[in-house]
Design a binder for this molecule. Structure first.
Ligand SMILES: [Zn+2]
Length: 233
């Protein structure tokens, strides 16, 4: 028996939202909602976003019917959001194979710089930057390939983000996948909403960090990590 009868013409976004609400999950801009999207629905979302983008262009008083530069812009923007820059909301986490720490590695390991591409939740303007990840494994820590850190970062950053929340989401994810004794992440990024609009300050960067476990307790370890990542700026 179907629980909630859904009308034929109901937009797919409404159907997806109802599933998220029924599961009592959050669907903020930087949340992943892949579990609530059924096969084929991304294509329907593309059509829906394209249609709404056409409305935005119309309200901006752009003659998309005669302007060959913008006649397909609504579709391009829909694709860019759903399949590229915000894909990290709509696809499941990249598969990560974890290996037991056979060599019993317990030395500080640093990965980076990993290039970060995201967009701010406030203006949907690009955020471009770099992150460095420090891991202090223990003998029970799972080991993942170096490139996997970049895949996980790409998945988290591929959503409208707030830098402070993005690094915490990434730290939670790596923590959960590898269970290290210590985890440190530093992110340095340029926010285009400050350079392209607003104060038009093109040079300002935002740097923030998360420290977990032994990086929090051990000032020497923290210093070692920070001294080994290249001078920022
Ligand atoms: Zn912004």
């Amino acid at each position: 028996m179907n629980s909630a009868p859904v009308e034929e013409g109901t937009p797919v976004s409404v159907k997806i939202r109802e599933r998220v609400l029924a599961a009592r999950k959050r669907f903020h801009a930087n949340d992943n909602i892949a579990d609530f999207i059924q096969p084929g629905e991304i294509e329907l979302l593309l059509d829906e976003v394209e249609d709404k983008m056409k409305g935005v262009l119309a309200s901006l008083v752009i003659d998309t019917e005669h302007d060959h530069n913008t006649d397909d812009t609504a579709r391009r923007v829909a694709k860019m959001y759903l399949k590229e820059v915000f894909q990290g909301r709509y696809v499941k986490a990249p598969p990560i194979t974890e290996f037991p720490n056979a060599e019993h590695l317990n030395e500080l390991m640093i990965v980076g710089p990993i290039t970060v591409r995201s967009a701010c939740s406030h203006h949907f303007c690009p955020i471009m930057g770099k992150i460095w990840i420090g891991v202090l494994p223990n003998e029970h820590t799972n080991v993942i390939g170096l490139s996997k850190y970049a895949r996980l970062a790409e998945w988290v950053m591929g959503r409208p983000q707030i830098q402070e929340e993005a690094v915490v989401q990434l730290a939670d994810l790596i923590q959960q996948k590898t269970q290290p004794d210590g985890l440190a992440i530093v992110m340095e990024a340029t926010h285009f909403c400050m350079g392209w609009r607003g104060v038009k300050d093109v040079d300002s960067k935002m740097i923030n960090s998360v420290m977990r476990g032994s990086f929090l307790k051990d000032a020497n370890l923290r210093r070692e990590f920070l001294s080994l990542i290249p001078q920022k700026g």
